[in-house]
Design a protein around this ligand. Structure first.
Ligand code: IMP
Length: 429
């Protein structure tokens, strides 16, 4: 069995796209298992740039193609837009498989997300307003519309009618907003269903079969462990399980079928949206990192919040997701800095702690305990091997590995696929 689950080990945007793109060239099958079009990354293929939110990178080259698993929530409009775009560029999309058990993001979910955020005022989560949370809410309430329902017009009409009645009551009576029209949604979505139908199947069978045949399966995790609905900084999280256990349930495989859990992290930390962030930088060092690394959201364009590397959060991610290898990205950002800080523990009311508190008031009271390392002068964007890195950069990487207890297997020194130093091939772990 050869499988790697790539998971974000911070608050998302760690550069998972670059690593999945890199590993995708050697994978036989790639699988998405959680989240929806709140995620997004850019893939360079054949000299063209593709902005992908739903379709896994395997669509470009993998022998067995790409799977959108049952744990993903699918906005059919976004999915078809991505498919059209790929087809226009001559990419064969026939090897895409979509789970019949995946839930569908409906237009009322997007509106509900927007209205709920408005109503929450200062308690708002800062969601991407793509309807992710309300779709998972309906899934848990057992009123969701699955892909197998969407492609069956009779069942779809029945479920849509039932749902729209309660959503419209909510919109008009609670939020004072307009009701949504059944026919308009029904006619559009039945057409979407027809177009999607040819890709739909029981993807669990397909993925398990690939694993049985010892094919290389790459699970492309979305968001980050600190945005996991159970293990993240609740309520400032997304609505799915981004831990490796969520990847197993979201793709219909047993948890023991994931061999390597590859955590992706940056040499610092970022997050978008609200919520506590102990190592956040509110000074010019934070601005400098944001500027050099272009820390603005792919999906929303929002400036990301920036802070020092937080090893308490990383060790939490390691525990709850079973991370056993680390890809360290954006090391090049620190060239020319005076010093780099790593948070090694939190001080909570005079006591040093090494866990991420559940209670956000406690997280807010946590003061990071820092260790300082010298940065390096040299531009490292052209480094091709470990030996090409200055000693101080090597020392930083070694310290991250020591402090997290996870071997660093790749180091990234720039956005291009070639700007990746491979210390150990993740497929051989
Ligand atoms: P939602 O997933 O749109 O409900 O947003 C919930 C929270 O997760 C917000 O703070 C978002 O900014 C954050 N979030 C969701 N997806 C991503 C992602 O792919 N990268 C980074 N943050 C994300």
């Amino acid at each position: 069995m050869t499988s790697i689950a790539v998971v974000g080990s911070q608050w998302g945007d760690e550069g998972k796209g670059k690593i999945t793109d890199f590993l995708g060239t050697t994978a036989d099958l790639s699988v998405r298992a959680n989240g929806g079009n709140n995620a997004g990354h850019t893939i360079d293929f054949d000299g063209k740039e593709f902005k992908m939110r739903l379709i896994p990178s395997g669509i470009f080259a993998a022998k067995l193609g790409a799977v959108i698993g049952n744990g993903v929530v699918i906005n059919p409009e976004v999915l078809l837009g991505e498919l059209d775009n790929l087809e226009k560029s001559g990419i064969d999309t026939s090897n895409l498989k979509i789970s019949n058990r995946a839930h569908v993001i409906m237009p009322y979910h997007v509106m509900q997300d927007t209205y709920e955020e408005e109503a929450k005022g200062s308690l708002k989560v800062g969601t991407t307003k793509n309807g992710i949370g309300p779709t998972y809410m309906d899934k848990a309430s057992r009123i969701g519309i699955r892909v197998c329902d969407l492609i069956d017009p009779e069942t779809f009409a029945e479920k849509l009618r039932f749902n729209l009645e309660s959503k419209n009551a909510l919109f008009t009576k609670v939020y004072g907003k307009p009701a949504m029209d059944f026919d308009e949604i029904y006619n559009k979505y039945v057409e979407y269903g027809k177009r999607i139908a040819k890709y739909v199947c029981d993807t669990s069978l397909y993925v398990n079969d690939a694993l049985d045949k010892d094919e290389k399966v790459l699970f492309e995790g979305a968001q980050g462990i600190m945005l996991d609905i159970d293990q993240g900084t609740y309520p400032f999280v997304s609505s799915s399980n981004s831990v490796s256990g969520g990847i197993a349930s979201g793709s219909g495989i047993g948890a023991n079928r994931i061999k390597t859990v590859l955590g992706i992290c940056k040499a610092y930390t970022t997050r978008v949206g609200a919520g506590p962030f102990p190592t956040e930088l509110h000074d010019e060092t934070g601005d400098k990192i944001r500027d050099i690394a272009h820390e603005y959201g792919t999906v929303t364009g929002r400036p990301r919040r920036v802070g020092w590397f937080d090893s308490v959060a990383l060790r939490h991610a390691k525990r709850v997701a079973g991370i056993n290898a680390l890809s360290l990205n954006l090391l090049d950002v620190f060239s020319g800095f005076d010093k780099i800080k790593i948070c090694v523990a939190y001080d909570l009311n005079g006591e040093q702690i090494d866990y991420y508190p559940a209670n956000l008031k406690e997280v807010e009271a946590c003061q990071p305990v820092y260790e300082e390392l010298p940065a390096w002068e040299e531009d490292i964007t052209g480094a091709k091997s470990w030996e090409d890195l200055p000693e101080k950069a090597q020392a930083f990487v070694k310290r991250i590995s020591e402090i997290t207890g996870i071997p660093v297997v790749t180091v990234s020194v720039g956005p291009d696929r070639e700007q990746t130093i491979v210390l150990q091939d993740p497929w051989t772990l």
